[in-house]
Design a binder for this molecule. Structure first.
Ligand code: ACO
Length: 373
């Protein structure tokens, strides 16, 4: 399990982490932290997810960003086939890498062209790479993509090397739509900074993906399952959680920079689990751990609202779909690449370099002059 210590070294001045600072204008999504509402494409999350599939959601986001790109079947098939050719060639160097590392390598292998169809290439290649790096990490052979199915079916078909059920496809599709965009989160900000330099799309997405992999962002669901395994039974939860917090650790799947109430995505994913009929024994344990964690966190940090975030239910849903836990972050990227590409399109239309300033806290110079480069 990844360990995240609470303490800030005393020599380091506490910084804001840009909390509450608007870094861009966007029409793509809005996170209403106090209300616990996420609005995507002008529609509350519950409705957004119910009204369209993930593949439709991608096009909706691109259209709002100002692009008329669509997921033409022929272009998607071409991009999936190209991605599979790339991963076949990369197979020897992927040996020994985790799925998260493997996906980074595969993404970098795409041509860095700034062509207008780069977003189609990226959203189509992502499931091919994510499913196959997970297979390789588990010692299985590569599986070629179905060139005609939607993203969720294509991913599951490769990962499990069998045709997924409609229930499984629906559950993953709901997950992908739920995480497709989320305001100015760390990875989206990274994508926009890179796009603002007029670097190519692939570079922007590789950078964004790197930001996603950290446990304070998209790397949390794997440790959530580790936590549940480690707790083992509901009556061990209070003792385990107290000990963890006493050691200065954070509980994975709880807390959020913007939400001050429950993350609305958690409820949508809990609904998808129910529809999948996957509320088994692990689900019962998870609900007990969640209740205990919320009570304990309230006592531990009475001045800070620490509620369940999206990653807690992500872990349960992806586990119920038999996705290996080491592949959870790559699967997150399959969904979030929709938002990343849309933000890059939006940023390129704005066309202004993102270049903030910093508070200099180093040794002062005697004759003050502007030494910044
Ligand atoms: N468990 C225990 N304590 C916590 C937790 C947690 N999960 N989250 C925050 N706190 C504590 C912090 O230690 C801090 O205490 P302090 O003031 O005594 O130092 C206080 O609450 C405020 O925390 P910040 O770090 O200022 O909150 P921030 O807004 O930066 O953090 C974050 C948000 C990173 C998500 C945090 O809540 C966290 O680390 N959660 C666990 C990891 C996680 O679930 N990540 C997935 C996030 S969702 C996503 O990105 C898709």
């Amino acid at each position: 399990m990844s360990k995240i210590m609470n303490a800030t070294p005393s020599s380091v001045a506490p910084t804001s982490g840009l909390e509450g600072i608007a870094a861009a204008d966007t029409a793509l999504s809005q996170v209403l932290g106090q209300a616990g509402e996420l609005v995507i494409a002008g529609t509350p999350l519950h409705q957004f997810v119910a009204q369209q599939t993930f593949d439709e959601a991608i096009q909706t986001l691109w259209s709002i960003a100002g692009s008329d790109l669509t997921l033409e079947a022929e272009n998607v098939a071409h991009a999936r086939a190209l991605a599979f050719e790339n991963i076949e060639k990369l197979q020897p160097v992927l040996k020994g890498l985790s799925p998260a590392e493997g996906l980074r390598l595969c993404l970098s292998s795409l041509s860095g062209s700034n062509a207008s169809d780069a977003p189609v290439l990226l959203v189509s290649a992502m499931p091919v790479f994510a499913a196959n790096v997970a297979r390789l990490a588990d010692g299985h052979a590569l599986v070629a993509p179905d060139l005609k199915t939607n993203t969720a079916a294509c991913f599951l078909g490769m990962l499990h090397n069998r045709a997924p059920s409609q229930g499984e496809i629906n559950a993953l599709d709901t997950y992908l739509s739920t995480v497709c965009d989320h305001g100015m989160n760390a990875s989206t900000f990274t994508a926009r900074v890179i796009a603002s330099t007029q670097a190519d799309f692939v570079s922007a997405i590789v950078g964004a993906y790197g930001a996603l992999t950290g446990p304070l962002h998209g790397g949390a669901p794997e440790p959530v399952l580790d936590m549940l395994d480690s707790i083992g039974t509901a009556d061990n939860a209070a003792h385990w959680i107290d000990a963890e917090l006493a050691r200065g650790e954070r509980l994975m799947g709880f807390g959020h920079r913007v939400y001050r109430v429950r993350d609305p995505r958690a409820d949508v994913l809990a609904g998808a689990l129910k529809e999948l009929g996957a509320e088994g024994p692990r689900y019962g344990l998870a609900r007990a751990v969640e209740r205990c964690a919320l009570e304990t966190l309230q006592r531990h940090k009475p001045d800070r609202v620490l509620e369940t975030n999206v990653e807690f239910y992500t872990a349960l849903l992806l586990d119920a779909l038999h996705i290996p836990r080491a592949a959870f972050t790559p699967v997150f990227a399959v969904g979030r690449v929709a938002g990343w590409t849309a933000h890059c399109i939006e940023q390129q239309r704005i066309g202004r370099l993102i270049r903030p300033s910093a508070n200099y806290i180093g040794t002062p110079v005697k004759a003050p002059q502007d030494l910044s480069v």
